[in-house]
Design a protein around this ligand. Sequence first.
Ligand SMILES: [Mg+2]
Length: 257
Amino acid sequence: MNLIYLDESGNTGLNLKDDQQPIFVLAAISIPSDKWFRMEKEFYDILKKALKTDLPEDIELHAMDLKNQKKHFENLSKDDCLFIRDNMLDLLTRYETPVIYQRIIKNKFSDFCEKEYGPGIKINPYIMALAFVCMEVNDCLKNIGPDELGMLIFDEQKESFSDAEKSLKTLKLDADSILKTTNIIEKGFFVDSKKSFALQLADLTAYYIRKYEEDKFGKKVSKIDCQTFDKIKNLSSKGAGAKTNDILEWIRKYHAV
Ligand SMILES: [Mg+2]
């Protein structure tokens, strides 16, 4: 069994013309159940080492808090924060955690929607990205073995909650759906990220993947953020995007507004 944690970065909802955040990313990290306890321990060991105290009960790693030295990280030095960032990304590499993501350039996506459905019609990029990510995750599981199963776990705080549920249901249950996920079981769990180290890792990963994609897109990214790019390149999956047409068709059929 594999636990698959999803989080997004750059979500501006239906506002697809945001110059500050031109890119949306939905990322998934897949943790085999037999590695889960060891990874959890190492996750908290990294935090303990940097905070140099017992961890507060409500400690939560958030990419933005860490980067801006806010909340639990406000008394830490810049170096301690970078220590956490780098060690968390290395933790995923060391455990060979598959990272699957979909990037959407919002501007282009907006043009696609208008062309397909007419002026003013918009679709939440989350919906589209989730279909891609689910298919990639499914392929990734099937590559491990035909009976390899996965379960999707999301951050419950998200406004995309109902959109996510709707997509998942269509992907799995609708007999007409041209996209079928065979190895993903259950309906998707929505949990409090505070209680899930792996959702916090997904948050960090999604954030730096977005930075990586923004840099490729030509947006200015700080030097400090660029330091993570070798790690991100190492982590990200290969061979995405082969099913573009199917997914667009699926979007057309199920999510026309
Ligand atoms: Mg997040």
